[in-house]
Design a binder for this molecule. Structure first.
Ligand code: TMP
Length: 210
């Protein structure tokens, strides 16, 4: 039996982790087996890589090192958590996956997309989410939301221009793969955004016959 792989993506402050949690509860209520996870992280080793990536002490990190570490976390995540869960027929909901690397390291940092893609093939062996929910919000509102909850890590301290590039990057990735992506405006209230995401996921799971 093959599970369903769903990723939730977006810039800072879109409420991805809240929405991932609500979606997981929604699908569990229907009796589905759900694994909720995140990147960077998702495994004990991934969490140590996350700490290294996001710590303010890593201010001098070279962009290529950053790219490799996101990929390293992903390899561990796929092998230890995602593939076994999909093999058991579970629904896997991940807060970020490869699209974040294309958006942040590619569009944001300006690393050559060919390099990003070839590393991605090595890291993921072309594993792609079946469905990607892109939560979209304007950069100022997103960054402001996170400041309210005192969340400040190394990438969030990048300037507004960087986050604008990342947002445009996500939107252009979505435009390139309209079958996989669904864009949801996350400026509305938590409940309203959740209802939209739940409807998209229900529809997808029903249509895929899994
Ligand atoms: P978050 O999960 O709290 O949003 O934090 C993860 C940070 O790492 C966020 O700033 C986005 C960034 N990131 C990348 O730059 N590339 C990646 O591949 C991933 C997964 C995250």
């Amino acid at each position: 039996m093959k599970g369903v792989f769903i990723s939730i993506e977006g810039i800072e402050g879109t409420g991805k982790s809240t929405q991932a949690g609500l979606l997981a509860e929604h699908l569990q209520r229907q009796g589905l087996s759900v694994v909720r996870t995140l990147e960077p992280g998702g495994t004990p080793i991934g969490l140590r890589i996350r700490e290294l990536l996001l710590s303010l002490e890593s201010a001098g990190m070279d962009p290529l090192v950053e790219l490799l570490l996101y990929n390293a976390s992903r390899v561990q995540h796929i092998r230890e958590v995602i593939m076994p869960a999909l093999g058991r027929g579970a629904v896997v909901i991940t807060d970020r996956f490869s699209d974040s690397t294309a958006a942040y390291q590619g569009f944001g940092r300006g690393i050559d997309m060919k390099l990003i893609d070839s590393l991605d093939v090595i890291s993921t062996d072309r594993l792609r989410p079946d469905l990607t929910i892109l939560l979209d919000i304007d950069v100022e509102t997103g960054l402001m939301r996170n400041r309210h909850i005192n969340k400040q890590d190394r990438l969030e301290l990048e300037d507004v221009r960087f986050h604008e590039l990342v947002r445009k990057g996500f939107l252009s990735l979505a435009a390139g793969e309209p079958d996989r992506f669904r864009i949801v405006a996350s400026s509305a209230g938590i409940e309203e955004v959740h209802r939209k995401i739940a409807a998209l996921a229900d529809d997808f799971i029903q249509r895929s016959g899994r």
